[in-house]
Design a protein around this ligand. Structure first.
Ligand SMILES: [Zn+2]
Length: 282
């Protein structure tokens, strides 16, 4: 099962960096989301692929036409929070307010209930598992925020399952679609999105995809925008990670979607026998 998802944010929504942290900084940057969304819509149309879009509430407030277009084209809309902050840096009250606002904004545009969620930077860790309770309180049924390995921003290595599962915490239950990864040279490589998807040659991505029974992708509009400006303040290693492989990534995605069958979360949810999958108490 291969699931195609996009996190819908601008090219400058880069985490853990002072010059891209809040709306005050975002004002300084060019608007590139419309052309980047056109590119994604074209790819999906050409390859006849369904996808789930985790959208920032801020995108909905600023460019409602983008969310409307996603929904009109028949794709699923989930929440990626309102203001793209690391959840482990927020208080429960701050997170709840942000989440609620994002859900309302998206629902008002599409007229459909928001049931899906992904945390910015997979930023639900051991110390902020309370976020799952808040998700359920606000009608989220399916989550894709678990990164079951160590990483820079987030990561919940104790989760222990990189496959669809039922997440249980403090009396709540969520259907969970964690990110999957490949163990390679002692590292957990998430090759189905972000920097590694752009860095590795397609032959490797293809091999690893064939070997994966379950694959959860996470792509962004900026992953295909080879004309995006460089954010000067980023450290060199992060510049590399943010800009490597941008030129070939569109072609790579098209090949990937032609070689393998991908679907959206809603379709995947229907294919899974939820009475017969791992239950993870966290
Ligand atoms: Zn994001």
């Amino acid at each position: 099962m291969n699931i195609l998802t996009f996190d819908i944010e601008e090219w400058f929504h880069i985490l853990d960096n002072e010059s891209t942290k809040t709306i005050n900084e975002w004002k300084n940057y060019d608007v590139r989301i419309h052309q980047n969304m056109e590119r994604i819509f074209n790819i999906l149309e050409r390859t006849k692929t369904k996808a789930t879009f985790f959208c920032l509430g801020w995108i909905g407030e600023t460019y409602p036409e983008i969310i409307k277009e996603i929904s009109n084209r028949g794709y699923e809309v989930g929440s990626h929070t309102r203001m793209h902050q690391l959840i482990y840096e927020q208080t429960p009250a701050e997170f709840e307010k942000d989440l609620e606002f994002s859900i309302k904004t998206l629902e008002n545009i599409t007229g459909q209930k928001v049931k899906y969620f992904r945390a910015p930077g997979f930023s639900i860790r051991e110390e902020n598992k309370w976020a799952f309770e808040i998700l359920v309180k606000h009608g989220i049924e399916i989550d894709a925020s678990v990164f079951p390995a160590k990483r820079a921003h987030g990561g919940l290595p104790s989760y222990g399952k990189a496959e669809p599962s039922l997440l249980r915490y403090n009396g709540i239950t969520l259907k969970e679609f964690p990110i999957n990864f490949k163990s390679y040279l002692g590292k957990s490589i998430v090759f189905s999105g972000g920097g590694y998807f752009r860095l590795f040659p397609y032959s490797i991505i293809k091999n690893w995809t064939s070997e994966s029974e379950y694959l959860m992708s996470y792509l962004h509009p900026r992953d295909f925008d080879f004309k995006q400006p460089m954010i000067k303040e980023l450290p060199l290693s992060r510049k590399f990670k943010s800009y490597v492989g941008l030129k070939g990534s569109e072609k790579k995605l098209v090949r990937w979607l032609k070689d393998f069958e991908f679907t959206d979360i809603g379709t995947a949810t229907k294919q899974i026998d939820w009475n017969n999958i791992p239950i993870v108490d966290i």
